[in-house]
Design a binder for this molecule. Structure first.
Ligand code: ZN
Length: 343
């Protein structure tokens, strides 16, 4: 939600935080044994040999208690550790390395952008799941005020919910995880501002700092609205140009608009949802200067209000797993569209 009254919580009270457990990297997650494509054939053979040696040692740990031939495996592994022995043929093991042993987009450095379906390699995206399912149990903590750059607002809010009780916070967390998965597959490093393991929050100022500290190329704060039933559709909230107090959004207004437009187009395309008729410009974007999560951001950032949880038909979408999968695809493709055009 985004209107800011105590009973109509505000995504500015719903923003970003930072936890050490939320950092995810495509390389670490998806290429535990990436081989790289550079280097001499000899070096590659040596690396392959070392890897196979490691696998054999791992296999030994599994097999030794039950396998009489364990010592033979050990021998082979030891011999292969020099320069490419024949040991691997003795012990075929599960292997995540692609056929041929080389992944052109791998290498672990994340610097080879645009190769082999990893168009976002080298890019960092922060996804902010609005609110927190546990906020409802920590009223005092989330009601304390924090700076939003131009003034002060509550640390965070509970967010809204559907008539059946599916909360905005549960929705944003589920969607954020789906989006993270999609962005990782495209090679981005992805950070969530929280992953549902915190007792409450984080506060809005902390959510904004997460994007800044990550030096993110793009930040998307995920929400769903709590407007009256009958109001339907999605909208993207862009930062207004604000230069007041410690808030200075002037450098991010332009790029955030680019991000927002890509996001609105892709979200509409993949969900079939229409731009909200009750908020924004009717084309799916709105501009606001009262949200701490935008005012305090130093990197391109937008809020996405995915639909209206208080409207029965929108709620039917928001509670549907298949729809959320399409929504996540829309967010991923929108972010990717922005980041690849920017290149
Ligand atoms: Zn919200």
């Amino acid at each position: 939600m985004s209107n800011g009254s105590p009973t109509q919580p505000d995504p500015s009270s719903a923003e970003t935080g930072h936890g050490p457990d939320t950092r995810w990297s495509a390389q670490a997650t998806e290429f535990p044994e990436s081989t790289g494509s550079s280097g001499t054939a000899g070096a590659e053979a040596a690396r392959r040999s070392r890897r196979m040696g490691m696998r054999l040692l791992v296999a030994l740990g599994v097999l030794a208690p039950t396998c009489f031939a364990g010592w033979l495996v050990w021998q082979s592994a030891d011999q292969s550790s020099g320069a490419g022995g024949s040991a691997p043929t003795l012990m075929p093991l599960p292997d995540n390395t692609p056929p041929g042993g080389v992944n052109a987009s791998g290498g672990g450095g994340g610097a080879q952008a645009g190769t082999d379906g990893k168009p976002l390699a080298g890019k960092t995206v922060v996804i902010d799941p609005g609110h927190n399912p546990n906020n409802r149990d920590h009223a005092a903590a989330i009601n304390r005020s924090v700076s939003i750059g131009t003034g002060r607002k509550a640390c965070d809010t509970t967010g809204t919910a559907t008539a059946s009780g599916y909360s905005e916070a549960e929705f944003t967390l589920d969607l954020a995880r789906r989006v993270r998965s999609g962005l990782l597959k495209k090679g981005a490093a992805v950070e969530l501002t929280h992953n549902g393991r915190r007792p409450w929050g984080p506060c809005v100022d902390s959510r904004a700092r997460a994007g800044n500290q990550a030096d993110a190329d793009a930040v998307v704060s995920l929400h769903a609205d709590g407007a009256p039933a009958g109001s339907r559709g999605f909208h993207v909230i862009l930062p207004e140009s604000v230069n007041e107090g410690v808030a200075d959004t002037r450098p991010i207004v332009g790029p955030s608009r680019g991000l927002g437009r890509e996001l609105a187009d892709a979200f509409r395309k993949f969900t079939g949802s229409k731009p909200a008729s009750y908020a924004g410009d009717g084309e799916g974007t709105d501009t606001r200067g009262d949200l701490g999560g935008l005012n305090l951001s130093r990197v391109p950032k937008v809020f996405l209000e995915c639909g209206n949880m208080r409207d029965p038909r929108d709620a039917a979408d928001l509670t549907d797993r298949d729809w959320r999968a399409r929504a996540a695809r829309g967010v991923v493709e929108g972010v990717a569209g922005y980041l690849t055009q920017k290149r």
